[in-house]
Design a protein around this ligand. Structure first.
Ligand code: GLN
Length: 280
C-alpha cells in the first residue's frame, strides 16, 4: 500500500477514536515507522510501505487510538531544536514551555560572567538542557520531586553531551546548599486538583505529580515565590509558567519590597501565562 492511502485511512481511524489532530498524528507515526522525515513523506505520498514498517506503524497507531501522547510513542519530543527523550516517567514538554525557556534565555543573555540557573520541577530536563545548550557560560541545577523523572533528565543530559554543566537532583524545595542563582525558572504543576479527572486521556497518562498544583493550582508556584528571594542573586529573575487566569493574581501577591520589574507575558495564543520578576 502507498503511504498516502495509509495516511488517509489512519487519520480517519484516529478521528473516530476522538484523537485531536488525527492527520498530523498519523503523519508523525508513519514517518517514524519509515525512518523518514515527515515533510518528505508528505512530498512523496506514493512511497510504498513494506510489511515491517507497516507493522511498526500499526503498533503506534493502536497506542495513539488508546490515547497515549504521541511523544511517548515516538520516544522523544522536540524542544526548541533539542531532541528530548520522553516516556511515562516525565511530562511531555509543551510549546508554551519553549516560550518560557526563551524568556529565560533573553534575560540571562543580558547578564555578565559565569551564570547559574535553577530549573525547578525539571521533569525531562528540557528547560535546563536547552538553556545550557544556548548559553555556554551557564550552569544549571535541575530539582525534581520524582526520582524516575530525575533519571530521565540525567539520561537526556548525557545523550546531549551537557552533563558537565547541567545536573539534576531529587528534591522538592529550594535547597540552600549552592550559591544563589541568576535565574530560577519553573514550569510547575499548575492544574487545580478538581480539574484533573476531566483532562484528555493523553494528559492523564502523564505523571500526576507534574500536573496537580493543589486546590487552586498554585501551591508550588506560591512556594517558589516565597522561597525564591533567598535563592536568587540581587537582580536575578524568577520566571514561571502558569495556567490561564493565574499569572495576574500571583504577580499581584509578590511584595514590591522584594521584587522589581514585575510583569506577565502572553504566550503565542495570547494567554497571560508567564510571570517575570527580579529580586530587589
Ligand atoms: N520542566 C518540565 C517541563 O516543562 C516538567 C514540568 C512539570 O513536570 N510540571 O516540561
Amino acid at each position: 500500500m502507498t503511504a498516502g492511502r495509509i495516511l488517509t485511512e489512519a487519520a480517519a481511524r484516529l478521528a473516530a477514536a476522538g484523537v485531536e489532530e488525527p492527520g498530523l498524528n498519523a503523519q508523525w507515526l508513519l514517518a517514524d515507522a519509515l525512518g523518514m522525515p515527515r515533510l518528505r513523506l508528505l512530498a512523496e505520498p506514493d512511497t510504498q510501505v513494506l510489511p515491517a514498517a507497516r507493522r511498526k506503524f500499526e503498533k503506534g497507531l493502536l497506542l495513539k487510538e488508546q490515547g497515549l501522547p504521541l511523544a511517548y510513542i515516538l520516544g522523544w519530543q522536540d524542544f526548541r531544536g533539542l531532541r528530548i527523550k520522553v516516556d511515562g516517567r516525565v511530562l511531555v514538554p509543551r510549546p508554551e514551555t519553549e516560550e518560557l525557556a526563551g524568556l529565560a534565555a533573553d534575560f540571562l543573555r543580558g547578564r555578565k560572567g559565569p551564570l547559574s540557573a535553577l530549573d525547578y520541577g525539571s521533569g525531562s530536563g528540557a528547560i535546563g538542557l536547552w538553556l545550557a545548550s544556548e548559553l555556554p557560560a551557564l550552569k544549571v541545577t535541575g530539582v525534581e520531586k520524582s526520582a524516575r523523572a530525575v533519571k530521565c533528565a540525567c539520561e537526556n543530559a548525557l545523550d546531549l553531551g551537557l552533563a558537565e554543566r547541567v545536573r539534576f537532583v531529587k528534591g522538592a524545595s529550594l535547597s540552600a546548599r549552592s550559591e544563589p542563582f541568576d535565574a530560577i525558572v519553573s514550569n510547575p504543576p499548575y492544574i487545580p486538583t478538581r480539574v484533573i479527572p476531566g483532562l484528555a486521556p493523553e494528559v492523564l497518562s502523564e505523571p500526576r505529580v507534574a500536573l496537580d498544583g493543589g486546590g487552586d493550582g498554585l501551591d508550588v508556584a506560591r512556594m517558589l515565590v516565597r522561597l525564591a528571594p533567598s535563592r536568587l542573586r540581587k537582580g536575578g529573575a524568577l520566571l514561571l509558567e502558569l495556567g490561564e487566569d493565574q499569572a495576574g493574581g500571583l504577580l499581584a501577591a509578590m511584595p514590591a519590597a522584594l521584587w522589581r520589574d514585575k510583569r506577565t507575558h502572553k504566550d503565542l495564543r495570547g494567554v497571560e501565562r508567564f510571570v517575570f520578576a527580579r529580586k530587589k
